[in-house]
Ligand binder design. Structure first.
Ligand SMILES: [Fe+2]
Length: 228
């Protein structure tokens, strides 16, 4: 929800971010987000600035060291692959992985509209400023951030499933547990990074390497808006 008198355009900001990441606006249609419902909601109170949470979400060289369960399911993340660098690329499930669950065991039926190209793949999208969308074949994980202070952010994370899965009372716990652990691991890393954010060495956003060009774009986007 945006309280601005002239809210930004949904088409430009939300669908634009999706097209920028997935290669086309239509790529998200198959997940039929409007037909999904909340199977689990977990709220995290993170002692870190919201921008750190965004930067963490946009890179993956930390994945090999702090996300053991996620890198089992998505082996390419163990190589430090920058998750949101390549347009249209979704990280592929490991060969013996059955589903996007905490132990790689079976998940639920693939969402009806998800095609072969998107099956067995994970896509992460950052919708600036404060939303993350994570797409996997059988559910969608949706983060919203609520900045409270310069060093505290409330993150509300929803796991979205088909109505059939939720209403039939199927056990979503192994499915939820994977990204819940990823969230806890990421937010702890952000909290450990937060104290150094007031260093003068970080005053201009620190040093970025070429594979972080998309994080550089986020810095640019933010400083432009602050200037406006
Ligand atoms: Fe992470």
């Amino acid at each position: 929800m945006c309280l601005a008198e002239q809210p930004p355009s949904f088409e430009d900001d939300v669908m634009g971010a999706i097209a920028e990441r997935l290669g086309s606006r239509e790529s998200i249609d198959g997940y039929e987000l409007d037909a999904l419902t909340v199977g689990r909601r977990i709220t995290y109170d993170v002692q870190a600035n919201w921008k750190l949470i965004i930067e963490n979400f946009m890179e993956c060289y930390h994945c090999a060291t702090i996300h053991p369960e996620l890198t089992e399911v998505l082996p390419e993340f163990a190589d430090g692959y920058a998750a949101q660098f390549f347009v249209g690329h979704g990280a592929e499930f490991g060969a013996d992985v059955q589903g996007f669950t905490v132990d790689g065991g079976e998940g639920f039926d693939k969402l009806p509209g998800v095609d072969e190209d998107h099956d067995r793949r994970y896509y992460a999208i950052t919708v600036r400023p404060t939303v993350f969308v994570n797409l996997v074949p059988d559910h969608v994980i949706f983060h919203r951030m609520f900045p409270v202070s310069e060093s505290r952010t409330i993150v509300e994370c929803d796991w979205l499933y088909t109505r059939e899965v939720v209403e039939s009372g199927k056990d979503v716990s192994r499915s939820v547990e994977l990204f819940h652990r990823v969230n806890e691991q990421d937010f702890e890393a952000c909290e450990r990074t937060q104290p150094a954010m007031s260093s003068r060495a970080y005053a201009h956003g620190g040093v970025l390497v070429p594979s972080e060009h998309h994080i550089g774009e986020f810095h640019h986007w933010l400083t432009q808006r602050l200037a406006d």
